[in-house]
Design a protein around this ligand. Structure first.
Ligand SMILES: [Zn+2]
Length: 203
């Protein structure tokens, strides 16, 4: 994540309207040539040429986002972002297809199996010889530039995400906390996010 910003040659490949429980959006699909991975971008209102557009850059978590998993806080963070945007005239959700902090679903579930034996989220990845966090936000930066957004209010607790976007030339007007109440399954995970991964969690 410390390497320079890479031009991934992302192209918008589809778009349509998308009504949601949290308001009316436009959905855009972005892909890199030669990759099947399709990133989804939800846009509310007019964002081109605007300052301080609220944006959630969310990395895919199938178990948390779609399968109601209580092992992490991903689904709740995504929902909080939608709720936040529902009160604003404009905003963007960038849904990046980098499951399991970039290691993919199968590896994430292998790491969960090790966590069942007592390892924490960082130790489990290390035991499998996998990176602890291989997510990249270069795609997100390119999408924000493509949308001609001048500056953003980033909804995140992750300072690395903020830094990475800034390195790619994105102007951050402010960071907006996402407050999640821990449950008995994810409280340990949230503590590790704070102590080992540097997330700024207030609870
Ligand atoms: Zn998750």
């Amino acid at each position: 994540m410390d390497h320079d910003c890479i031009d991934l040659n992302l192209k918008q490949t589809a778009s349509a309207t998308l009504p949601t429980e949290y308001g009316q959006f436009r959905i855009l699909v972005f892909q890199t040539r030669g990759s099947d991975l399709a990133h989804a971008v939800l846009i509310k209102g007019n964002v081109a040429g605007k300052e301080g557009i609220p944006i959630r850059v969310h990395s895919e978590c199938l178990t948390g986002d779609a399968l109601f998993s209580m092992k992490c806080d991903c689904g709740e963070q995504l929902e909080e972002a939608f709720k936040y945007l529902s009160k604003k005239p404009s905003g963007v959700i960038i849904y990046l297809r980098q499951e399991g902090r970039g290691i993919g679903l199968a590896n994430k579930i292998k790491a969960y199996a090790l966590q069942d034996t007592g390892l924490d989220t960082v130790e489990a990845n290390q035991a499998l010889g996998l990176p602890i966090d291989s997510r990249s936000y270069h795609e997100a930066a390119q999408i924000i530039k493509h949308l001609k957004i001048k500056s953003i209010d980033l909804l995140t607790n992750n300072p690395k995400k903020l830094e990475s976007l800034q390195k790619c030339g994105i102007k951050i007007a402010k960071r907006i906390d996402i407050k999640i109440k821990p449950n008995k399954f994810n409280s340990g995970y949230l503590k590790i996010k704070k102590s080992k991964l540097g997330h700024l969690l207030t609870n």
